[in-house]
Design a protein around this ligand. Structure first.
Ligand code: SAM
Length: 175
Protein backbone atom coordinates (compact mmCIF):
# COMPACT_ATOMS: atom_id res chain seq x y z
CA UNK A 1 0.00 0.00 0.00
CA UNK A 2 1.11 3.49 -0.73
CA UNK A 3 -0.06 6.77 0.64
CA UNK A 4 1.29 8.78 -2.25
CA UNK A 5 -0.65 10.65 -4.95
CA UNK A 6 -3.52 11.54 -2.66
CA UNK A 7 -5.44 14.37 -4.27
CA UNK A 8 -7.37 16.01 -1.46
CA UNK A 9 -5.46 15.11 1.66
CA UNK A 10 -7.96 15.70 4.41
CA UNK A 11 -7.34 12.34 6.03
CA UNK A 12 -8.06 11.85 9.72
CA UNK A 13 -5.50 10.23 11.98
CA UNK A 14 -5.12 6.53 11.17
CA UNK A 15 -6.66 6.75 7.71
CA UNK A 16 -4.79 5.10 4.84
CA UNK A 17 -5.01 6.05 1.16
CA UNK A 18 -3.85 3.97 -1.78
CA UNK A 19 -2.81 4.90 -5.27
CA UNK A 20 -5.77 4.23 -7.56
CA UNK A 21 -5.34 1.98 -10.62
CA UNK A 22 -4.29 3.74 -13.80
CA UNK A 23 -7.39 2.59 -15.69
CA UNK A 24 -10.93 1.40 -15.12
CA UNK A 25 -12.07 -2.20 -15.71
CA UNK A 26 -15.66 -1.43 -16.76
CA UNK A 27 -18.08 1.34 -17.69
CA UNK A 28 -21.62 1.93 -16.50
CA UNK A 29 -24.67 4.04 -17.31
CA UNK A 30 -26.30 6.51 -14.98
CA UNK A 31 -29.97 5.61 -15.58
CA UNK A 32 -31.45 8.60 -13.77
CA UNK A 33 -31.11 11.00 -10.87
CA UNK A 34 -32.35 10.94 -7.30
CA UNK A 35 -34.18 14.05 -6.13
CA UNK A 36 -33.90 14.52 -2.38
CA UNK A 37 -34.38 17.40 0.08
CA UNK A 38 -30.64 17.50 0.91
CA UNK A 39 -28.14 19.73 -0.87
CA UNK A 40 -25.01 18.92 1.13
CA UNK A 41 -23.50 15.72 2.49
CA UNK A 42 -23.73 16.96 6.05
CA UNK A 43 -27.48 17.54 5.67
CA UNK A 44 -28.20 13.95 4.58
CA UNK A 45 -29.44 11.24 6.94
CA UNK A 46 -26.60 8.95 7.97
CA UNK A 47 -28.62 5.96 6.84
CA UNK A 48 -32.00 5.36 5.17
CA UNK A 49 -33.78 4.47 8.41
CA UNK A 50 -33.13 7.93 9.84
CA UNK A 51 -35.63 9.70 7.62
CA UNK A 52 -39.30 9.75 6.66
CA UNK A 53 -38.76 12.26 3.86
CA UNK A 54 -39.98 11.34 0.42
CA UNK A 55 -37.44 11.23 -2.42
CA UNK A 56 -38.25 11.02 -6.11
CA UNK A 57 -36.29 8.87 -8.49
CA UNK A 58 -36.34 10.17 -12.04
CA UNK A 59 -35.45 7.66 -14.73
CA UNK A 60 -34.12 8.80 -18.07
CA UNK A 61 -36.99 8.23 -20.59
CA UNK A 62 -34.96 5.57 -22.44
CA UNK A 63 -35.37 3.24 -19.44
CA UNK A 64 -38.96 4.03 -18.40
CA UNK A 65 -40.39 0.71 -19.67
CA UNK A 66 -38.17 -0.98 -17.14
CA UNK A 67 -40.40 0.30 -14.35
CA UNK A 68 -43.31 -1.85 -15.49
CA UNK A 69 -44.45 -4.01 -12.55
CA UNK A 70 -42.45 -2.13 -9.93
CA UNK A 71 -45.70 -0.97 -8.31
CA UNK A 72 -46.27 -4.54 -7.12
CA UNK A 73 -43.52 -4.27 -4.53
CA UNK A 74 -43.62 -2.56 -1.18
CA UNK A 75 -39.85 -2.05 -1.03
CA UNK A 76 -37.11 -1.62 -3.60
CA UNK A 77 -33.33 -1.87 -3.53
CA UNK A 78 -31.75 1.30 -4.88
CA UNK A 79 -28.15 1.38 -6.06
CA UNK A 80 -26.61 4.81 -6.55
CA UNK A 81 -23.31 6.48 -7.25
CA UNK A 82 -21.82 8.65 -4.53
CA UNK A 83 -20.33 11.13 -6.95
CA UNK A 84 -18.81 13.41 -4.32
CA UNK A 85 -16.87 10.72 -2.48
CA UNK A 86 -13.12 10.24 -2.73
CA UNK A 87 -12.15 6.75 -3.82
CA UNK A 88 -8.69 6.13 -2.47
CA UNK A 89 -9.17 5.54 1.27
CA UNK A 90 -8.80 1.90 2.26
CA UNK A 91 -8.75 2.50 6.02
CA UNK A 92 -11.09 5.10 7.46
CA UNK A 93 -11.66 6.66 10.85
CA UNK A 94 -15.39 7.39 11.21
CA UNK A 95 -16.15 9.74 14.09
CA UNK A 96 -18.43 7.18 15.73
CA UNK A 97 -15.95 4.28 15.63
CA UNK A 98 -13.47 3.50 18.39
CA UNK A 99 -10.67 2.89 15.91
CA UNK A 100 -9.99 3.03 12.16
CA UNK A 101 -11.79 0.42 10.05
CA UNK A 102 -11.21 -1.07 6.62
CA UNK A 103 -13.35 0.45 3.92
CA UNK A 104 -15.00 -2.91 3.25
CA UNK A 105 -16.10 -3.09 6.89
CA UNK A 106 -17.92 0.23 6.59
CA UNK A 107 -20.99 1.63 4.82
CA UNK A 108 -19.08 4.82 4.04
CA UNK A 109 -19.58 6.34 0.56
CA UNK A 110 -15.79 6.56 0.33
CA UNK A 111 -14.66 3.42 -1.50
CA UNK A 112 -12.94 2.41 -4.76
CA UNK A 113 -16.34 2.15 -6.47
CA UNK A 114 -18.58 4.59 -4.58
CA UNK A 115 -21.73 2.51 -4.96
CA UNK A 116 -24.38 3.01 -2.28
CA UNK A 117 -27.28 0.71 -1.51
CA UNK A 118 -30.53 1.34 0.33
CA UNK A 119 -33.76 -0.57 0.73
CA UNK A 120 -36.50 2.02 0.37
CA UNK A 121 -40.28 1.90 0.84
CA UNK A 122 -42.14 2.48 -2.40
CA UNK A 123 -44.77 5.21 -2.12
CA UNK A 124 -45.96 5.67 -5.71
CA UNK A 125 -44.98 5.11 -9.32
CA UNK A 126 -45.92 7.39 -12.20
CA UNK A 127 -44.53 7.96 -15.66
CA UNK A 128 -40.77 7.89 -15.63
CA UNK A 129 -40.50 8.54 -11.90
CA UNK A 130 -41.30 6.93 -8.60
CA UNK A 131 -41.29 8.09 -5.01
CA UNK A 132 -39.74 6.31 -2.05
CA UNK A 133 -38.99 6.82 1.61
CA UNK A 134 -35.58 5.63 2.77
CA UNK A 135 -32.70 7.33 0.99
CA UNK A 136 -29.71 9.21 2.34
CA UNK A 137 -28.08 11.00 -0.59
CA UNK A 138 -27.61 14.51 -1.93
CA UNK A 139 -30.13 15.88 -4.42
CA UNK A 140 -29.07 14.94 -7.95
CA UNK A 141 -27.09 11.83 -7.00
CA UNK A 142 -26.79 9.52 -10.04
CA UNK A 143 -28.89 6.35 -10.12
CA UNK A 144 -27.28 3.04 -11.07
CA UNK A 145 -29.98 0.39 -10.65
CA UNK A 146 -33.31 -0.58 -9.09
CA UNK A 147 -34.28 -4.06 -7.93
CA UNK A 148 -37.29 -5.39 -6.05
CA UNK A 149 -36.64 -6.23 -2.43
CA UNK A 150 -37.58 -9.78 -1.43
CA UNK A 151 -37.90 -10.27 2.30
CA UNK A 152 -37.76 -14.03 1.70
CA UNK A 153 -34.21 -13.89 0.38
CA UNK A 154 -32.83 -10.46 1.32
CA UNK A 155 -33.81 -10.33 5.00
CA UNK A 156 -31.63 -11.99 7.64
CA UNK A 157 -33.35 -11.46 10.98
CA UNK A 158 -30.52 -13.31 12.75
CA UNK A 159 -27.80 -10.94 11.46
CA UNK A 160 -25.66 -9.32 14.14
CA UNK A 161 -22.90 -6.75 14.45
CA UNK A 162 -20.53 -5.49 17.06
CA UNK A 163 -17.31 -3.73 17.79
CA UNK A 164 -15.15 -6.52 19.20
CA UNK A 165 -12.32 -4.24 20.31
CA UNK A 166 -14.53 -1.93 22.31
CA UNK A 167 -16.70 -4.68 23.70
CA UNK A 168 -19.77 -2.65 22.83
CA UNK A 169 -22.60 -3.30 20.46
CA UNK A 170 -23.81 -0.39 18.43
CA UNK A 171 -25.20 0.25 15.03
CA UNK A 172 -22.32 0.71 12.58
CA UNK A 173 -23.59 3.92 11.05
CA UNK A 174 -20.78 5.22 8.89
CA UNK A 175 -20.12 8.48 7.16
C1 SAM B 1 -23.05 6.41 5.08
S1 SAM B 1 -23.57 6.61 3.38
C2 SAM B 1 -24.65 5.21 3.25
C3 SAM B 1 -25.12 5.03 1.85
C4 SAM B 1 -25.97 3.78 1.61
N1 SAM B 1 -27.19 3.76 2.41
C5 SAM B 1 -25.16 2.53 1.86
O1 SAM B 1 -25.28 1.95 2.94
O2 SAM B 1 -24.41 2.12 0.97
C6 SAM B 1 -24.67 7.97 3.47
C7 SAM B 1 -23.90 9.28 3.55
O3 SAM B 1 -23.21 9.52 2.33
C8 SAM B 1 -23.04 10.92 2.14
N2 SAM B 1 -23.48 11.24 0.77
C9 SAM B 1 -24.75 11.42 0.34
N3 SAM B 1 -24.79 11.67 -0.96
C10 SAM B 1 -23.51 11.64 -1.41
C11 SAM B 1 -22.91 11.83 -2.69
N4 SAM B 1 -23.63 12.07 -3.79
N5 SAM B 1 -21.56 11.73 -2.77
C12 SAM B 1 -20.82 11.48 -1.66
N6 SAM B 1 -21.33 11.30 -0.44
C13 SAM B 1 -22.67 11.38 -0.30
C14 SAM B 1 -23.85 11.61 3.22
O4 SAM B 1 -22.95 12.02 4.22
C15 SAM B 1 -24.75 10.51 3.75
O5 SAM B 1 -25.09 10.71 5.10
Amino acid sequence: MSDTKVAADDRREGEVAVELPAQFDASLYFIGRIRTPWKRREDCPKNPRQTNDECTIEIDPRWTEGLRGLENYSHVVILYWMDQARRDLIVQAPRHAPEPRGTFALRSPVRPNPIAVSVARLVRVGGNAFTVVGLDCIDGTPLLDIKPYFASTDSHPDASFGWPHSGTKRHPVSE
